[in-house]
Design a protein around this ligand. Structure first.
Ligand code: ASP
Length: 446
């Protein structure tokens, strides 16, 4: 972390499934926590994969729910219990989860919902981790609150979790779930322990939210496309949102909002390489204190887009053309992703799958609505976002992107630059996707 920043005094630390997959990983987690006394609130995931082809405990629990009452159930349930018992005995802990296993079986017999069973992965792991650390165990069902409809209740949770946790000097809070007012367990979507970590960080107004996983943060682009890409040191929430939208994933997207609102930085760290500083995700105001000479922060992209091109002379002088085009799409329940436009042209980028089989209808309805001179739909478009807060001060970034891509003989089919100057989006043929990413990376990263 930059020396200009204050030294954090309260850290919320979340460990992903691979960080807690077996006893060896638990010991790494213990040493990370014990090496810094400000790491006081700990959010564990359920045990993840130990090796390629292994099954995550959450998946095993979900299968148990589906298989209950059939032949395969007992064997699977026993395998889960053995997994936890193995961790306990390898760690030499004096704790038994037999009563908890019994309760899960009884709940299944009583017809409990899937969410309850899935949540037990984190619940049981949390109990083991609390014992190993000598920390308090706080059941997430008591402090992470949902309303009757199952929507997360941020205001109630902030109040409840904040007051409960601040009264404790430390706590392990299982990730991934909370409860509705009647006590029924409700989970977030898959990977949701990231969200719990962010919620807890906000409720205690942590100085930092550390998210420990099995990679040292974000890479500038997909390592399957560029070999050993540079790691991103500092990224803003806005940049991250642009890159995540385009498919770059390390963190559950919903986990950004709670901490972003509170201005709490997220630090992605690697449990298997704790000396690596990882990636710091910050609000842009904090960035000024964190130098970054790179013009671009990252490149991400995805395939599977189509573009509806509309051309009409004097379009700029006719009132409501854009409105009517979008109205057609709204009526057809098609949402648009990008809207690059010129004086007499307008292009609407949509997901290819969202218009599949309806191309003719779209063309007819837009034609009826705005009477264009030309209209067509191009498919097999890949979009690539070149993202970077550094672009604002570096003149000529766009021309560097276009020149580099043109030099490779790649045809750019669409260009869109957001007014924030945070990103440039280019559309290329799907078959040019990988080559374009590589070319842009090589242009900016020496
Ligand atoms: N264990 C849950 C899952 O596998 C939640 C998480 O790991 O964040 O999705």
């Amino acid at each position: 972390m930059n020396s200009n920043c204050n030294i954090p005094s309260v850290k919320v630390v979340k460990f992903g499934g691979s960080s807690l997959a077996d006893a060896k990983q638990f010991l790494k987690v213990k040493s990370i926590i014990e090496s810094d006394p400000s790491r006081v609130y700990v959010i564990p995931s359920a045990p993840g994969k130990r090796f390629d082809g292994d099954t995550k405990v959450t998946d095993m629990l979900l299968s148990c729910h589906a298989l209950f009452g059939t032949e395969g159930f007992d064997q699977l349930f026993t395998a889960i219990c053995e997994r936890y018992n193995g961790i306990i005995s390898d760690l030499g802990l004096d704790i038994s989860l037999e009563d908890d296993y019994k309760k899960v079986r009884e709940a299944l017999a009583a017809g409990c919902a899937k969410d309850y069973v899935a949540s037990r992965g984190e619940y049981l792991n949390g109990k083991i981790l609390a014992k190993l650390l000598g920390f308090n165990f706080v059941d997430a069902a008591d402090i992470i609150l949902f309303d009757e409809e199952g929507n997360f209740n941020a205001t109630a949770t902030d109040k409840c979790a904040g007051s409960k946790l601040k009264s404790l000097s430390n706590a392990v809070i299982p990730g991934f779930y909370g409860a509705k007012p009647d006590g029924t367990v409700k989970t977030f979507s898959r990977g949701g322990s990231d969200i719990t970590g962010a919620i807890v960080a906000r409720s205690v107004m942590a100085d930092i939210y550390e998210n420990w996983t099995d990679v040292s943060g974000f890479l500038m682009c997909d390592p399957r496309i560029v070999k050993n890409p540079k790691q991103i040191g500092v990224i803003t929430y806005r940049e991250l949102r642009e890159l995540s939208y385009m498919g770059a994933t390390v963190l559950h997207e919903d986990s950004i909002f709670p901490v972003k609102l509170a201005g709490i930085p997220i630090n992605i760290r690697n449990t298997n390489n704790p000396s690596d500083e990882g990636t710091m995700i910050v609000a842009s105001s904090r960035c000024k204190a964190m130098a970054n000479d790179d013009v671009i922060t990252g490149i991400a992209g995805k395939k599977g887009f189509s573009v509806i091109n509309i051309e009409k002379d004097m379009m700029n002088q006719e009132l409501g053309v854009g409105y009517r085009v979008l109205q057609v799409l709204t009526d057809m329940k098609i949402s648009f992703e990008h809207l690059p436009s010129g004086i007499d042209t307008m292009s609407v980028v949509v997901f290819k799958d969202s218009i599949k089989g309806r191309e003719r209808e779209i063309l007819d309805r837009i034609t009826a609505a705005v009477n264009p001179d030309n209209i067509d739909i191009e498919s097999n478009l890949a979009l690539i976002a070149v993202v970077g807060r550094g672009m604002i001060r570096a003149a000529g970034t766009a021309s560097r992107v276009f020149t580099a891509v043109a030099r490779e003989g790649i045809n750019i089919r669409m260009i869109d630059q957001g007014s924030s100057e945070l990103n440039i989006i280019i559309g290329v043929d799907e078959s040019d996707f990988e080559n374009t990413v590589k070319t842009i990376y090589n242009e900016f990263v020496k």
